[in-house]
Design a binder for this molecule. Structure first.
Ligand SMILES: *Cc1c(COP(=O)(O)O)cnc(C)c1O
Length: 451
């Protein structure tokens, strides 16, 4: 019999009955029993508000450079940021589909439309490469904090960075961000791609002088290979998606930007106006970083939920069992096969799981069929095109209203819901080739007709 950290599967199931549903690939909704008041959670946190501010300042220093080399960011003065929009027609559809009133306002954060790499990875991935470049340039006295960083767009700097290499393992989107940014600075960059990575992402990277190595195996294997390559080469820097504080902090900067957008939309968040966030989760860094940043700003007034595919519920499994990165979904017979490529991760980040444990409100799973149906419907109702993974958040508000009533009662939210705001994090999609997007849409249409 298979034993996981000293207990067989039946013993784990007895302790956590929800595992039965998780293993049979049913959609589940789980609230986190370890959530704490914000301040108590912060006492345990390895990262602080200061760390996030430091990341924000660094991105500001790089803004003149980004504006220069990525003209699509000029309008935003070199800040890599996405719009946020109300989606009232989609809200109506969700209420009909799930036969569940959706109390509060519904908005979509369009990280699908982040410049440069078209997904949430344009936050963490690009930030980590910029930080590494800055560190190297400081060490060699080529740059100071007072300089206008647009000087980095020169042959002198590109030649300097070409002495160094960068490696990363990815299911696709992280590879795009790391690859595009590293190549632009002049680094030698290698992306180790898992089997599920889409061909167009590999082609795009190769067209930008990025070395792409393909594997027959899943994400964990691609990461392992990247790590090994970097260990052999002292000039190689490995972007560690499973453990990186820098990635996490790059994502966390989203929060202060979102706060401004909420103010512009005249949306209040306070004790009587709760905020609910629904974030698609793979290894955890993206959603974890964003949620962490939001907790710092809105504390107990924000409630963050992670969304995972029914076939890859790694973060939920790690949090529920407390095993974090000591467990993979495959240990429980779950196959980690999903079309939601950014989310096809079998083993969660231990760093993110442990950091988020006191802050996360809950976690739920969603089937690939739902993702396609929601994808089609978002196009029809709002004219917004997201990739399948990015729809995982969309079902969250309905699930919370339907299955989260205990959570709402416990946190005295039930009567405040009509003054609440739900933000679904749309994590990717604007760079998906039109042909492929049409295929996704057709798939959603077919599934919608079946029921
Ligand atoms: C990577 C990714 C996520 C999740 O981010 P993690 O850091 O892997 O948890 C969500 N959606 C999309 C589209 C992604 O590419």
């Amino acid at each position: 019999m298979k034993v996981i950290e000293g207990k067989d599967i039946q013993a784990w199931k007895d302790q956590h009955p929800l595992l039965n549903e998780l293993i049979s690939l049913k959609e589940v909704f789980w609230t986190n029993p370890h959530i704490e008041k914000f301040q108590r959670g912060m006492d345990k946190s390895p990262l602080t508000q200061e760390d996030v501010r430091d990341a924000e300042e660094r991105l500001k220093r790089f803004a003149p450079y980004i504006a220069k080399v990525f003209p699509e960011t000029k309008e935003m003065n070199g800040l890599i940021e996405s719009p946020m929009v109300r989606i009232p027609s989609m809200k109506q559809f969700l209420e009909q589909l799930y036969q569940q009133p959706l109390v509060g306002e519904l908005l979509l954060k369009c990280d699908s439309h982040l410049p440069i790499s078209g997904s949430i990875k344009a936050r963490g991935g690009i930030y980590e490469i910029l930080k590494h470049a800055e560190t190297l340039a400081f060490q060699h006295q080529l740059l100071t904090i007072q300089d206008d960083y647009s000087i980095l767009d020169s042959d002198k700097f590109r030649t300097f960075f070409s002495q160094y290499s960068i490696a990363v393992g990815s299911t696709g989107n992280l590879g795009l961000s790391i690859g595009i940014m590293s190549a632009k600075l002049g680094f030698n960059v290698t992306v180790h791609m898992s089997a599920d990575a889409k061909q167009w992402k590999k082609d795009l990277l190769r067209s930008k002088n990025v070395k792409v190595v393909e594997y027959e195996a899943d994400y964990s294997k691609a990461v392992e290979e990247g790590r090994m390559q970097a260990e052999k080469d002292p000039t190689c820097y490995f972007v560690d998606d499973e453990n990186s504080h820098d990635l996490f902090l790059g994502y966390a900067v989203a929060a202060s930007r979102l706060k401004k957008q909420l103010e512009e939309l005249e949306i209040t968040i306070d004790k009587d106006h709760p905020l609910f966030i629904y974030l698609p989760c793979g290894v955890g860094g993206g959603p974890g970083g964003v949620a962490f940043g939001l907790k710092l700003l809105f504390q107990d007034n924000v409630h963050c939920f992670f969304a995972e595919p029914t076939h890859s519920p790694c973060m939920l499994l790690g949090l529920m069992t407390g095993l974090h990165d000591k467990v993979a979904v495959q240990d429980f017979g779950i196959d980690n096969v999903t079309d939601a490529d950014g989310l096809a991760v079998g083993r969660p980040s231990g760093f993110v799981g442990k950091t988020m444990e006191p802050f996360l409100s809950g976690n739920y799973t969603v089937s690939d069929e739902q993702l396609y149906k929601l994808l089609k419907e978002l196009v029809d109702t709002e004219g917004i095109r997201l990739e399948p993974s990015a729809l995982a958040g969309m079902i969250g508000p309905s699930k919370l209203c339907k299955e989260g009533t205990d959570y709402l009662l416990k946190h005295h939210l039930t009567e405040k819901m009509n003054k609440g705001t739900h933000i679904v994090w749309g994590t990717g999609g604007s760079m998906v080739p039109e042909e492929m997007m049409n295929e996704y849409y057709q798939k959603g249409m077919k599934l919608a007709l079946e029921k």
